[in-house]
Unconditional design. Sequence first.
Length: 178
Amino acid sequence: MTPEPADEATFDGSSAEHDEPGPERDERIDRIVVGRLRRSALSVAEVRAVLVEHGLDDVEVEEWIERYERLGYLDDARLAEQLVHSHGERRGRGSGAILAELARRGVDVGVAREAVGELDPEVELTNAIAVAERRARQLGGLDRAVAERRLSAFLARRGYPGDVVREAVATALPRERS
């Protein structure tokens, strides 16, 4: 639930967060963060940004982060695993794209790499082939070399590693093209 503008600033332009008593402010912040967490999983960095945006100092931010982690609302490793599943297995994204998404969301590089390392290479190749075959149907009228370049670039943009791209292109494009 997005707070009403009156929650954000008083009529004289001063920030309501500084005039608000502690318990009311804490309830408002909790409503904001939990509301966002209900809509989608957030990383620690994303929640930290929300808390800073609402005027909390570093000590308060860390207290809130620790509380949400303790309650099980925040877990970057679990978030990374979810993204590997949803982006890699369901959306047909490659490991590179998943790593980039995790980095964009502020997930620790080690946590991100560990989660992506759990992505089965055979599943990634299978996904790449399925994506390549769908895309190859749209490239049917092109010269093979042009189709290979375009399909390779498409798969690379989706985050697939070079060896997976080569194998998927070879599988998706027939040897003899007219």
